[in-house]
Write a protein that binds this ligand. Structure first.
Ligand code: 0RA
Length: 656
């Protein structure tokens, strides 16, 4: 993207980048005025108990500072005055957010201070201003710019309005001067740049991927709004701009999956000042992926808009299926589960006074929204189905398949439960268990192939390491429903070894191991098997991942031999580094697979807690794996690289 599209005559963001900033310690050489002391006292609660305002001072809390600034600019966009937001990650560790809105007012208030200064130094002052409009203000967001200011060792605000540029800078919330006029400006907008306070945050490094994902999501949720992320450490900025808004979001979520209805169905309407937007499209998978948002906040716990959505979907599809004769009189109705199988949807509502409830304050509470969403979507769907009968038929057929599979799954489960196969206390014969009985101290290695399984059984520390060899590829649970999954012997062995049961009777507390480690070859087949396993855990035992019990072992890729000594290295970069470091004549051999190693080598390289490299699986990674699964099966180079990237965070020995 061309940087000149960002309408900033003086490129503030760049010009200040290289400057080294030494914040003055508060109290060192600042002579306080009565006013400054007042500010200090006003923001004191924020610095004393930051968690009350931003949740925590870990990495999540740190990013709340960015969300707060972005939310303010998005509010300005929702009010109809801003079309472009630029977020810059500066080389010096600061972040700036710039928008082309009206500019924060700078006019003087009764006490002689400017509105800008009040917003930045008085707790909750932000809420007073603007009034009305769909404010992004749920959960921990919407705490106000003054909170960001209080938690920054330095902050600069630049306002362009009324033909002038104004500026003010602050140290830990305390203004260093009154608002100053810099000069003329024909630009309109606000720039806030802050340097997070290292006294408040143990780690002040920002996560580009996290910020990028949130900004992309914001751009999807606000069609026509351009959001640019400029990481000064990279050559090019990222631009997120979606004319189609949540329709583009749904297409993005379904990317690479076979779709049932060619284009997402889209409904948008305003009811009593609540704006409702829904986009939905079925894909060929069995997975439901319905995301809901209220005022741009991801309502992970759902709420009234989600309930309204579900009611309308079930109602409209049943009505159409009957009318079109696809459901006969004697057939039972399609259930909610049936109509959500393979469904990707985004529900976005914007309302004046959102109430957020639930454990994580991500459940929309406003009761009136349920009826509003349900009415709008029912009407929209009924109309769509009438006008697009062939798409309608395809969708109904998809849901009928789901209904039949649900029946089959119920029968299979009944069968399994009668036999009590999965709760049986008889451990699988292939499992070499450990002698330790405390799950917290026990490890299960799931090993690819019988021969590697044999070496692992011999090489392990049998006191705490159990081995379960898997023959070949396990079933892809993304492509088969639970009934098929449960007849697979490999998977039944796995479930029995885990001890947790599955489905309704799953209980993470019964896990027999608190470290479950996949050990597969460092080749394409190995990565397929690992993906299949991750997919299984992600779909059927997500709590195991949530608890941090699931790991991947990283077998070495090369053996370097110099004279009589051998070393193992885990990737190409490490190989090259070591060759350089060791110098002289070095023999390099590539491992073909785990089965090639003898028991001692397997222990030394992959299983010995002192040497081994374990990658802990995060739920996001597993989701990412599921997402790119299809491409991965093609064993192309690029997806494989992405697969590794999805897992490579914070891991030693894995340069890519
Ligand atoms: C309320 C009123 C006006 C501007 C803003 C809010 C505003 C706040 C922020 C925060 C970040 N960027 C922003 N842009 C605008 C001005 C109202 C007027 O001009 O009369």
């Amino acid at each position: 993207m061309n940087k000149s599209t960002v309408n900033d005559p003086d490129r503030f963001a760049r010009s200040a980048a290289g400057r080294s900033v030494r914040p003055r310690a508060v109290g060192a050489d600042v002579a306080y005025t009565a006013e400054q002391i007042q500010v200090l006292e006003g923001l004191e609660p924020v610095r004393r108990r930051p968690g009350m305002y931003i949740g925590s001072t870990d990495n999540k809390g740190l990013h709340h500072l960015v969300w707060e600034l972005v939310d303010n600019s998005v509010d300005e966009a929702l009010a109809g005055y801003c079309t472009e937001i630029l977020v810059t990650l500066h080389l010096d560790g600061s972040v700036s957010v710039k928008d082309n809105g009206r500019g924060i007012p700078v006019d003087k208030k009764e006490d002689g201070r400017s509105a800008l200064e009040i917003v930045l130094t008085v707790l909750h002052a932000g809420g007073k201003f603007g009034g009305g409009g769909y404010k992004v203000s749920g959960g921990l967001h919407g705490v106000g710019l003054s909170v960001v200011n209080a938690l920054s060792e330095r902050l600069e605000a630049h306002v362009h309005r009324d033909g002038k540029e104004y500026t003010q800078s602050y140290v830990r919330g305390v203004p260093q001067t009154p608002v100053q006029t810099v000069g003329k400006s024909s630009y309109l907008g606000t720039i806030v740049r802050f340097w997070p306070d290292r006294e408040m945050f143990p780690d002040t490094s920002f996560d580009r991927d996290l910020i990028m994902n949130r900004l992309r999501e914001m751009a999807f949720l606000n069609k026509g709004l351009k959001i640019i992320l400029d990481d000064e450490g990279l050559d090019f900025p990222y631009t997120f701009y979606f004319e189609g808004g949540i329709v583009a979001f749904v297409k993005h979520l379904n990317h690479g999956k076979g779709v049932v209805n060619a284009a997402p169905i889209y409904v948008e309407r305003e009811v009593d000042s609540t704006t409702i937007e829904v986009a939905l499209q079925y894909n060929q998978s069995f997975v439901e992926n319905v995301l809901s948002f209220a005022n741009n906040i991801n309502t992970a716990e759902g709420g009234s808009h989600m309930t309204g959505f579900r009611t309308a979907l079930t109602f409209a599809l049943n009505r159409y299926a009957r009318k079109a004769g696809l459901l006969k009189e004697q057939d039972p109705n399609l259930t909610g589960e049936d109509v959500r199988e393979g469904l990707t949807a985004v529900i976005s509502v914007k309302l004046l006074e959102p109430q957020f409830e639930g454990q994580t304050k991500t459940k929309l509470g406003n009761a009136e929204v349920q009826g509003q969403v349900s009415a709008v979507l029912s009407e929209g769907l009924v109309q769509y189905l009438d006008e697009n009968p062939s798409e309608g038929r395809r969708i109904i057929e998809k849901t009928l398949t789901a209904a039949r599979a649900r029946e089959a799954a119920r029968r299979a489960r009944d069968l399994v439960q009668r036999k009590s196969l999965l709760e049986s206390t008889t451990l699988p014969g292939k499992l070499a268990d450990c002698s330790e009985r405390d799950p917290a101290l026990s490890e299960l290695y799931i090993v690819e192939g019988d021969s590697a399984g044999g070496s692992a059984k011999m090489g392990r520390d049998r006191r705490f390491q159990a081995i379960l060899p898997l023959r070949g590829k396990i079933l892809n649970v993304e492509k088969a429903r639970i009934d098929k999954v449960l007849v697979s012997e490999e998977i039944r062995n796995l479930i029995t070894a885990m001890g947790t049961g599955i489905g309704d009777s799953f209980d993470v507390e019964k896990a027999r191991y608190h470290r479950v480690i996949t050990m597969t070859d460092a080749d394409v087949d190995g990565s397929h098997i690992r993906t299949l396993l991750l997919t299984f855990f992600f779909r059927y035992m997500p709590d195991i991942i949530e608890r941090g019990y699931l790991y991947m072992a990283q077998p070495p890729l090369f053996k370097l031999t110099k004279g009589k000594t051998s070393f193992w290295v885990y990737n190409e970069a490490e190989r090259d580094r070591e060759i350089k470091r060791l110098g002289g004549k070095i023999e390099v051999s590539r491992f073909k697979g785990l089965g090639e190693m003898n028991a001692d080598q397997l222990w030394e390289t992959t299983m010995n807690p002192a040497n081994r490299v374990l990658l802990q699986v995060k739920i996001d990674d597993a989701a990412a794996v599921s997402d790119i699964f299809e491409k991965l099966m093609g064993s192309e180079v690029e997806p494989r690289k992405r697969f590794i990237q999805a897992h490579a965070k914070n891991v030693r020995n894995l340069d890519i």
